[in-house]
Design a binder for this molecule. Structure first.
Ligand code: HEC
Length: 178
């Protein structure tokens, strides 16, 4: 079982063992070669499935203090606006698929380029979510900051965003009672 069996090579048991080992090694190498070829072929085929790198027009960009806007642009806009800067590796499948997923998913939840189109109640809810996500460290997505080091937020920047969302929610509340 497992060994090559009745093959006799050389004389005696010892050389038989070497022969069997050699054969196993060779079939392993062959399998690895086939595996690598299959992988290369799959990657080549994957390149045909290109993502759509859209940047629709900016409709009504969010208004905020320059200090807040600066942080949002630096850490959020690639996924939450229509001003995505698509990196070179967004041309390379399968990474490109993950990036497209993040941008599409991100824009769907919060799109700062279409902020003014949201009704007041929606803006309020989204501001609260932004405050929470940033304070808890869920956003920007950790996988993003690996490649975009300067998008990481310091503790002060996180509190700055949190405070801004609270002030903006309060402002919305007074505006809607007028
Ligand atoms: C790499 C892309 C990426 C970056 C950068 C990013 N986000 Fe997100 N964000 C997403 C995705 C994708 C989702 C949707 C997650 C889901 O559906 O579970 C999301 C969801 C959200 C949500 C909604 C959460 C919910 O549960 O509904 C908020 C709020 C948010 N992001 C805020 C931010 C803020 C603020 C920043 C910047 C500080 C930021 N994001 C940076 C990709 C990103």
């Amino acid at each position: 079982m497992g060994s090559v069996g009745p093959v006799t090579c050389g004389s005696g048991a010892e050389s038989n063992v070497y022969f069997t080992k050699g054969l196993k090694m060779r079939s392993f190498k062959k399998a690895a070669k086939i595996g690598a070829l299959v992988l290369v072929a799959a990657l080549a085929v994957a390149q045909a499935f290109r993502i759509e790198k859209t940047n629709p027009p900016v409709q009504s960009d969010i208004r905020a203090d320059a200090s807040v806007k600066h942080i949002l642009k630096r850490s959020c806009y690639d996924c939450h606006s229509n001003e995505t800067v698509w990196p070179w590796y967004s041309n390379v499948a399968p990474v490109s698929w993950l990036i497209a997923d993040d941008v599409n998913g991100g824009r769907k939840k919060v799109n700062f380029s279409e902020w003014g189109n949201y009704p007041g109640g929606t803006q309020k809810r989204k501001l609260e979510e932004i405050g929470e996500e940033v304070a808890e460290g869920n956003m920007p997505l950790p996988i993003y900051t690996i490649m975009h080091r300067n998008a990481s937020l310091s503790q002060e920047e996180r509190s700055h965003i949190k405070n801004w969302t609270q002030e903006a929610v309060a402002k919305l509340a007074t505006n809607s009672t007028n």
